[in-house]
Ligand binder design. Structure first.
Ligand SMILES: Cc1ncc(COP(=O)(O)O)c(C=O)c1O
Length: 473
């Protein structure tokens, strides 16, 4: 494609993008296609000769768009949000246009220095400790993997890296029974084996019980295992539990266990000083991750990973191949050794654009609006005779279920709520997902899209009631 053709197509696409963002609520939130519908429209082999861009764009609209779930839709209340925003998209356009691979300071000094500065802005804005260093990872899963690998190396004095796991003790990793699946995945990738994961029981608010952790550590020590890492979660995925960092940190300090905090979703709420209760005890933490790509208007992928000791992280990953040496040496941050992949996208640009476009105040207003809307709706649901709130809102997530008078059989209620969820999502106006609370099927409701306003949440409540009542009859 010639540059002049690119210019005209790009203008056309920007118009399409602006129309999309302005009208996103006209689309069904969750894609309504069936498995195979999209693949059936795609040729089995790549074209031998090039096609005009008009053909590509027509197929994008006709084939691809029906197969998209609209995460920026104001009726999106499923999972956790994956925010985007116009300044973030504009930055991504520039990042893609520059096409820089920012593995070393020298391969784009601006990318390295902007990343360092913007992550420090965020550290201050969230109230995280002075002196921590930040780096952008592609995902919280990768950040947790980095933490577990760093913990493995610290506890073995870097012997695992040198000699492999056969040369080291039996390492174990703790997390709550509600922790995200990325912990188990990281433990497997780190070579410790799934059986090295110790799921610790939680209380009625889904928070890890420090006494249970203490017992697990004692029993591992007695059995000759080596307590290595604790992953504490702030804002668990199912029902938003918050592990208590203060007592957990105390146990970790006593046993020299690496304390990693997974605040993938909830971390953005630390922008609000009144939500900093969740980081009481943060001084004992070794590493911390949260996802601006969830709740901070920065489109996927962008995970902010902070470490107390960047040297330990770099030493865990460091490889000094001849072709990667540069004259700047350790006067600069070469982020290639701060994570698993060598190559890096220029992701700091979108964070910079977002922080400067909205300002911290603008972002705080959006997050507090989400929290307020979730609390308002939960209160309405709690007052309805035929619904119950099973998990009250913590930040902007709560869980509820339909419980019409006359049905007390728990199995029937599970089934009714599963059917309610499918009917809601098939309707296309809202999208919600489920979890299990005390082993009962329950529906999660998370407010988090930038464009979600009170009218959307009110409408969602109307739809939920109508759909539920039509199912029960
Ligand atoms: C608590 C928690 N941790 C980790 C993750 C994984 O995030 P990512 O997709 O960035 O790896 C999620 C995803 O929702 C999560 O809720």
């Amino acid at each position: 494609m010639k540059v002049e053709e690119f210019r005209s197509h790009a203008h056309q696409l920007v118009d399409w993008m602006a129309d999309y963002l302005a009208g996103v609520e006209e689309y069904p939130v969750r894609s309504q296609v069936a498995p195979g519908d999209i693949a059936a429209q795609l040729p089995a082999t790549a074209p031998e000769t090039g096609e005009p861009f008009t053909a590509l764009f027509a197929d994008f609209q006709e084939i691809v768009m029906p197969g998209m779930t609209h995460w920026q839709h104001p009726g999106f209340h499923a999972y956790f949000p994956a925010n985007s925003s116009p300044p973030s998209v504009l930055a991504e356009m520039l990042t893609a246009t520059l096409g820089a691979q920012c593995m070393l300071w020298q391969t784009s000094p601006a990318a390295a220095e902007l990343e360092e500065r913007v992550l420090d802005w965020l550290r201050q804005a969230l109230g995280l400790p002075e002196g921590w260093a930040g780096v952008i990872q592609d995902s919280a899963s990768t950040a947790t993997l980095c933490a577990i690998l760093s913990a493995r190396e610290r506890v073995t004095d870097f012997a695992a890296n040198e000699k492999g796991l056969r040369a080291v003790e039996d390492l174990v990793v703790y997390c709550s029974a509600e922790a995200h699946s990325s912990v188990e995945k990281a433990v497997k990738i780190a070579g410790l084996g799934r059986q090295a994961v110790r799921p610790i029981a939680v209380d009625e608010n889904f928070a890890m019980l420090p006494g249970e952790l203490e017992k697990a550590v004692a029993s591992d020590l007695a059995a000759g295992h080596k307590p290595t890492c604790l992953v504490a979660t702030l804002g668990t995925t199912g029902a938003s539990g918050f592990d208590p960092l203060e007592p957990l940190g105390e146990i970790c300090r006593r046993h020299d266990i690496w304390l990693h905090v997974d605040a993938a979703w909830a971390g953005s709420a630390l922008l609000l000083p009144e939500q900093r209760w969740m980081i009481a005890g943060i001084e004992a933490v070794d590493s911390f991750v949260f996802n601006p790509h969830k709740w901070l208007l920065t489109n996927f992928d962008c995970s902010a990973y902070y470490v107390r000791d960047p040297a330990a992280l770099v030493r865990t990953f460091e490889i000094v191949a001849e072709y990667l040496k540069t004259r700047e040496g350790d006067r600069v941050n070469d982020y290639r050794d701060w994570s698993v992949p060598l190559g890096r996208r220029f992701r700091a640009l979108k964070l910079w654009f977002v922080l400067r476009s909205y300002g911290l105040q603008g972002l705080r207003e959006i997050i507090s609006r989400h929290i307020e809307l979730a609390h308002e709706l939960a209160a309405k649901i709690a007052n309805a005779v035929d619904f119950e709130v099973q998990v009250p809102p913590r930040l902007a997530l709560f869980c509820f279920r339909y419980r019409p008078p006359g049905i007390s059989d728990e199995g029937r209620l599970d089934d009714l709520n599963a059917r309610l969820l499918e009917a809601l999502n098939d309707g296309g106006e809202v999208y919600l997902t489920q979890t299990r609370v005390q082993d009962r099927y329950t529906i999660r409701f998370c407010v988090g899209q930038a464009g979600t306003e009170r009218r959307h949440v009110d409408k969602a409540w109307q739809i939920i009631q109508q759909t539920a009542r039509s199912l029960a009859h």
